[in-house]
Design a binder for this molecule. Structure first.
Ligand code: ADP
Ligand code: MG
Length: 465
């Protein structure tokens, strides 16, 4: 039998195995096996890893025999052997794949950064990319967009505070910063835009004991920064939960601003009533103005967002069916929708090819990915496994099991969902270097730490990965 026919049989058998063997075993150990001969009733496979040969023989031999029987309608003997020559070839191949992947990832990340860093509005932490005119409106976000525009046109008059709620990646930060972007050039108002995490860190730094430090003056500086503004924009306010002292300070900050008729805008992935750890007096403050919700965008909106992104990135001649293909498969998170297009355009550039539907399917593999869990599902599953909350994972806590859960989350999302460090960082509210470091640490630790590997395998099983 010639090598093409042998490969064809093995591809068929692999397909069968892929449907029954967990991905955590299939991907590293079965996929790289190479079929080299089929003589008499003996089929021979080679592996580039001696440990892999033993492991497969011990744990998957029965499955392999059955898969062959199913595909060939006959019982055969399967030899699995280690090959030094193949090991070296694989090493070379893997090195090349890794280099290419790294190149693509760097490109993907630098492109995204280039767009985002499109220079920040000086001093106010406002990303120039986030404007009202490029926020595509539909029935699911209309109310949020219109009220944000009203606030920008007439601060402190209508809705105070404006509380924008919506799931991850639905445009909360975009709308909030669009207010700042609209207002700042008019130079009429002093605007401060911060992440809740920055507010917390600023507060901790100003109260921390340092010998010879004048705590009063540090506190005054803090209060001056947050209270001496006309418009305060605070992003992801849900992270204030459980930060008792900061909660008091936030309450007093909002109270002072509100009483001085200053505009407050807050965003959160939860409604105020779904933040049980926040005291009622603060929750009432959140609800005092207007709470608006953003829901996932409709199909046409998703297509339009992609088309705008292509123009922004100067990627031309993308057929409509490609936009529609991506929009069909990325429904719940605009960040991931945009991430898919960024990845596709980076691949097209590196491989010097035009973007067709076939190429998009090859790169994004959406059909395969539909069965994969979402980033949020991974975060929630890891949190459940460690008996902590998803917000703990997204927090800055260094408590040992929280840090460990966070690092495992990074590792799983990167290696099993194939998301970029940038995307993981955005989902976890972390810098992309932090994610890289955490992922790297776990990847290296599991080589030595058997119990860690077992823990991760248990989580992967729960996630069906
Ligand atoms: P959130 O803060 O809700 O997690 P972001 O505001 O960071 O989400 O939005 C994620 C990405 O999606 C940003 O690049 C943003 O510009 C884009 N985006 C979200 N909704 C829209 C929309 N309706 N129109 C255009 N871009 C959008
Ligand atoms: Mg945000």
């Amino acid at each position: 039998m010639n090598s093409v026919e042998i490969k064809k049989i093995w591809d068929e058998v692999k397909k069968e195995l892929k449907s029954i063997v967990p991905a955590s075993t299939y991907d590293p150990w079965i996929e790289p096996l190479k079929a080299i001969s089929f003589e008499g009733n003996q089929f021979t496979l080679i592996s580039g890893e001696s440990f892999g040969v033993q492991y497969i023989k011990q744990t998957q031999y029965k499955n392999i025999l059955e898969a062959f029987k199913k595909c060939l309608n006959q019982e055969i003997i399967v030899n699995i052997e280690f090959s030094q020559e193949y090991a070296e070839k694989r090493k070379e191949e893997l090195k090349k794949i890794k280099q290419k992947e790294q190149k693509i990832q760097q490109k993907e990340e630098s492109e995204k950064k280039a767009i985002e860093n499109n220079s920040y509005l000086c001093g106010a932490n406002i990303n120039l990319r986030y404007r009202f005119d490029n926020f595509v409106e539909d029935d699911n976000n209309k109310m949020a967009k219109r009220t944000a525009m009203k606030v920008a046109e007439n601060p402190s008059v209508l809705y105070n505070p404006l509380y924008i709620q919506g799931g991850s990646g639905l445009g909360k930060t975009h709308l909030m910063q669009a207010i700042g972007h609209y207002v700042i050039p008019k130079k009429k108002y002093k605007v401060l835009c911060v992440k809740t995490e920055d507010f917390i860190n600023d507060y901790i730094n100003s109260t921390a004991f340092v010998p010879n430090k004048n705590t009063n003056s540090a506190m005054n500086k803090f209060r001056n920064k947050y209270r001496n503004v006309d418009i305060l924009l605070i992003d992801d306010i849900q992270f204030i939960e459980n930060k008792k002292k900061c909660i008091d300070e936030l309450f007093n900050t909002l109270d002072t601003l509100y009483n001085a008729n200053k505009q407050i805008v807050l965003t959160s992935d939860k409604l105020p009533k779904d933040l049980p750890e926040i005291p009622k007096r603060l929750r009432t403050r959140f609800e005092q103005g207007l709470v608006v919700e953003i829901l996932p965008p409709e199909f046409d909106t998703r297509v339009q967002i992609l088309k705008n992104l292509a123009v922004e990135k100067n990627v031309n001649e993308v057929p409509d069916e490609v936009f529609e293909y991506i929009a069909t498969h990325y429904k719940d998170n605009v960040r991931e929708l945009e991430g898919a297009f960024t990845k596709l355009s980076a691949y097209a550039e590196i491989e010097e090819t035009s973007i067709t539907l076939e190429f998009a399917k090859h790169v994004l593999k959406c059909e395969e990915n539909t069965n994969k869990p979402s980033i949020d599902k991974v975060i929630n599953t890891v949190a459940n496994y460690f008996n902590i909350t998803a917000d703990n994972i997204k927090s800055t806590s260094r408590v040992q099991n929280i840090s460990k859960a966070r690092a495992i989350t990074c590792y799983i999302i990167r290696n099993y969902l194939q998301k970029s460090f940038q995307q993981i960082g955005e989902a976890l509210n972390k810098k992309h270097q932090t994610v890289m470091f955490a992922e790297d640490k776990i990847r290296n630790s599991i080589k030595k730490d058997k119990s860690l590997k077992e823990e991760i395998n248990k989580i992967l099983d729960i996630l069906n990965l």
